[in-house]
Ligand binder design. Structure first.
Ligand SMILES: Cc1cc2nc3c(=O)[nH]c(=O)nc-3n(C[C@H](O)[C@H](O)[C@H](O)COP(=O)(O)OP(=O)(O)OC[C@H]3O[C@@H](n4cnc5c(N)ncnc54)[C@H](O)[C@@H]3O)c2cc1C
Ligand SMILES: *[C@@H]1O[C@H](CO)[C@@H](O)[C@H](O)[C@H]1NC(C)=O
Length: 495
């Protein structure tokens, strides 16, 4: 008997009075659900009216002035311009410019790039390498590299140099109608005039632009947000980068993450570009006591970065003896909204790294920068219709990014703490990958690139096999005393 049949039979046995009672109960329940949904729908819209409808915008002013045209600023500018808004997109640099980064672009970003028409340009110019063979080395040296193009088909990441990516995105925003102003360094705090409801933003050279909404998109140091009091502390994470010349190395994969035990929950990674150049970087992820990234600090980055090139058995083998490695560069990571308790205010939004929108487990933030930039554009377009630019409206942006990826930050942070305390969890992941192969690797990649929430690992059908993998690893490491594969590979390489 099916569940439905059982319920039917139970209903048959009820008296009419009981049935009426049930119907009323169900009615009240349904009304409550509908009421709640209606309440949610109303709450998730911006207020209907305000002081600044479109016809009050002076012809020389913009609907929004965006400071910074990295992935977050350019995405926001693109969607605003496409919707017919007037937008100024300011950057202190001239494109093309370099940005220290691991260059790994996750699927949610790839989708937005496709929508913007930028992906096609990157592909046409051979500037994007879709990762078909990718993998992972666990703290005790268990490795899994999915190597089949066919099975890993739905790539979860591609590698694009930021010199190319950021230039094409900024230019796409400009070609769609945004006013891109390069070499415009905002050096002083923008001023808001409550009378006209306009911001004035002035460059170091003295040019001024005015706009209804100020969007801070100036990157992880959040200089503007700091000076304006929205950000309270410098970023706590850090990451290195070095390019390796194409043709000088031995890497035969597209992307691999290496979880060295010493620097957990941080990790290092190598991604390959279309011209066979490699991007090698080393992430230190804040965890534990203030100022610490697990057992190491920012001061250890150079040692770890250079040490791994020479002594990590997997990395030194991938690079080989003749690799031409660029001098180490490094930049800050502001993870999980660190130091930025609120991303909105009257006539103001903070997006991308400036708001700390980097995943606290992976250190990746290009896709979140772009998703947040798009959400900010949607909120600004809605406010433009109603003329209400107050906090009651701008808070919709925070709701949107929380829904899209912000809720995951707490789980990611917890995930980082877990793998710092129990590195064996990563060994168990690798063990399970070695057992079931690419399907597990694909799931892992999807969770790590925000295509699935981190809570996916808690689902019984995922958690149970992981539990068994953990038992297998506990057995192998604690009882069978399997030698550490990192040590074993290291001595094999040395010999
Ligand atoms: C070493 C490293 C490796 C990383 N690896 C990855 C990775 O592999 N994958 C991933 O997804 N993420 C990675 N990240 C994170 C990623 O780089 C950021 O999340 C992303 O760049 C955020 O984009 P954004 O637009 O918010 O800021 P940014 O890209 O930093 O852009 C900010 C822009 O603002 C401009 N600007 C700053 N101040 C001013 C001013 N006063 N006036 C005018 N303009 C100004 C800057 O010139 C810059 O163009 C890495 C970060 C680091 C440091
Ligand atoms: C915008 O809407 C909010 C909420 O309805 C209201 O309190 C506020 O006064 C409005 N702001 C302006 C400038 O009209």
């Amino acid at each position: 008997m099916s569940i439905v049949d059982r319920i039917d039979a139970a209903l048959d046995r009820l008296t009419d009075q009981q049935k009426t009672g049930l119907a009323i109960g169900a009615g009240i329940g349904a009304a409550a659900v509908l009421g709640y949904c209606a309440h949610r729908a109303i709450r998730s819209r911006v207020p209907r009216s305000g002081k600044y409808p479109s016809n009050t915008l002076p012809t020389d002013a913009y609907d929004a002035v965006i400071i910074g045209s990295g992935p977050s600023g350019s995405t926001c500018a693109f969607y605003m311009a496409r919707g017919g808004a007037r937008v100024a997109l300011l950057d202190k640099e001239h494109f093309p410019r370099d940005k220290y980064c691991g260059d790994a672009v996750c699927t949610p970003a790839i989708r937005i790039l496709e929508e913007m028409g930028v992906l096609k340009e990157l592909v046409d110019h051979n500037e994007a390498n879709f990762a078909d063979s990718g993998g992972f080395v666990s703290p005790s040296g268990l490795s899994y590299i999915g190597a089949s193009k066919e099975r890993l088909g739905g790539a979860a990441a591609c590698a694009v140099k930021r010199t190319h990516l950021d230039m094409r995105m900024a230019h796409k925003a400009r070609d769609t109608g945004a006013d891109l102003r390069e070499g415009f360094e905002v050096a002083s705090v923008p001023l808001f005039d409550a009378q006209t409801g306009l911001w004035s933003v002035t460059s170091a050279k003295g040019e001024t632009v005015r706009g209804r909404v100020l969007v801070l998109a100036d990157g992880a140091t959040s200089r503007m947000a700091m000076q304006m009091g929205y950000c309270t502390e410098p970023p706590k994470g850090v990451c290195s980068r070095a390019y390796v010349e194409g043709g000088t190395h031995n890497a035969d994969f597209d992307g691999v993450c290496f979880y060295q035990r010493e620097s957990l929950p941080g990790y290092s990674a190598i991604f390959r570009h279309p011209n066979d150049e490699l991007n090698y970087c080393y992430y230190l992820i804040p965890c534990g006591k203030d100022g610490m990234c697990g057992d190491v600090t920012e001061a250890d980055l150079k040692r770890l970065h250079e040490g791994a090139i020479r002594h990590d058995p997997f990395i030194s083998r991938a690079l080989g003896p003749k690799a031409k490695v660029e001098r180490m560069k490094a930049a800050a990571l502001r993870l999980g909204s660190q130091g930025v308790p609120r991303s909105y205010d009257d006539h103001l939004l903070i997006i991308g790294d400036a708001a700390g929108h980097i995943d606290p487990l992976t250190g990746e933030g290009i896709h979140t920068a772009m998703m947040g930039g798009k959400a900010a554009a949607a909120t600004i377009m809605a406010m433009r219709k109603t003329g209400n630019f107050s906090r009651a409206s701008t808070c919709q942006y925070e709701r949107a990014w929380m829904r899209a990826y912000g809720h995951d930050f707490a789980y990611s942070k917890r995930g980082a703490e877990l793998i710092y305390k129990y590195p064996i969890l990563l060994d168990a992941c690798a063990n399970e990958m070695q057992r079931v192969g690419d399907p597990m690797m694909t799931k892992w990649a999807e969770v790590m690139t925000n295509m699935r929430p981190k809570t996916y690992f808690l689902r019984p059908d995922v958690a149970l096999p992981m539990g068994f993998a953990l038992l297998r690893e506990l057995w192998a490491q604690r009882i069978a005393k399997r030698p550490d594969a990192y040590q074993a590979t290291a001595s094999a390489t040395a010999a």
